[in-house]
Design a protein around this ligand. Structure first.
Ligand code: HEC
Ligand code: HEC
Length: 224
């Protein structure tokens, strides 16, 4: 590589970094993990861990909780909020006393504040879209991703980071559900641990197992 070329590339990288650091980070930290914690305490016994229904309590009560992995898809956030709080549930369909959500679904209005309900909804969205679990804290993953991964994988995980632009192959697009769906959690951990190809670094001496799991959870939310 001749000296002039290196200088030009260096100037290019510095100029992009200069612009990059002045811009606010686009991606927002994921609320879904807090939603998952609340789900485990308040929802799982009826709706089951997967959200498909038939948790142990539902079986005992002889009720049929909705399969949240499918029903939630056609519900807007506003409607989900009404269903969860119980507020205005009767008006959901606009038709009096038709398709009401039954009394067997508890009303949580006094239990959660708005932020918590948003977090629960974020997790319900995740449950209905992903066939993978959140194995670590994506809030932690979000911070690590910004620090170490965005430079190649991009702010939103789209594979368009400033360093990525210098490589002759595109870093994997973590926001693409079709690309990410097939890869299992443990495979992602392995790639993060040991690296891939010439350009994806190995992180096994830098990040702990917990940190890698947190990153995997954040990557899951990026594509969901
Ligand atoms: C005591 C059991 C029970 C618990 C606990 C429970 N649910 Fe339900 N849930 C139900 C039942 C039963 C239904 C179905 C009601 C119907 O279809 O009339 C339901 C329905 C729903 C629906 C409507 C699905 C749809 O779109 O039709 C949502 C959303 C929901 N539950 C979310 C939650 C969340 C979130 C929690 C925890 C905060 C929770 N549920 C806790 C029993 C429960
Ligand atoms: C120096 C650039 C660079 C950095 C920094 C980087 N990556 Fe990568 N990463 C790549 C490239 C390039 C690939 C594609 C490798 C290939 O397919 O040969 C990749 C691939 C991956 C994959 C594989 C997905 C798949 O199925 O192929 C995962 C997971 C991944 N990176 C996670 C991370 C995480 C997490 C971080 C931060 C801790 C990170 N990467 C930091 C460049 C980078």
């Amino acid at each position: 590589m001749n000296k002039a070329y290196v200088t030009v590339m260096f100037a290019f990288v510095m100029s992009v970094i200069g612009i990059g650091s002045a811009v606010e980070v686009g991606a927002t930290p994921p609320a879904a993990y807090e939603g998952m914690r609340l789900y485990v305490s308040y929802c799982q016994l009826c709706h089951s861990p997967s959200g498909k229904g038939a948790g142990p309590l539902a079986k005992k009560m002889g009720i049929k909780p909705a399969d949240l992995t499918t029903t939630v898809r056609s519900r807007s956030d506003t409607i989900l909020k009404k269903i969860i709080t119980g507020k205005g549930r009767q008006t959901i369909t606009g038709r009096d006393r038709h398709n009401l959500i039954s009394r067997a679904m508890p009303e949580w209005e006094k239990v959660f504040d708005d932020t918590q309900i948003d977090a629960i909804i974020a997790y319900l969205r995740f449950l209905s879209r992903s066939n993978h679990t959140l194995m670590g804290d994506p809030e932690v993953g979000y911070k690590l991703y910004k620090k170490y991964c965005v430079v190649c994988h991009g702010e939103e995980g789209g594979g368009d980071g400033i360093m990525g632009q210098l490589l002759d192959i595109q870093p994997t697009d973590h926001s693409n559900p079709n690309e990410m769906r097939e890869i299992k959690n443990h495979q992602l951990i392995n790639i993060i641990r040991t690296g891939k190809g010439d350009y994806m670094p190995a992180w096994k001496n830098i990040l702990t197992r917990d940190e890698m799991e947190a990153l995997v959870s954040y990557i899951r939310l990026l594509s969901n």
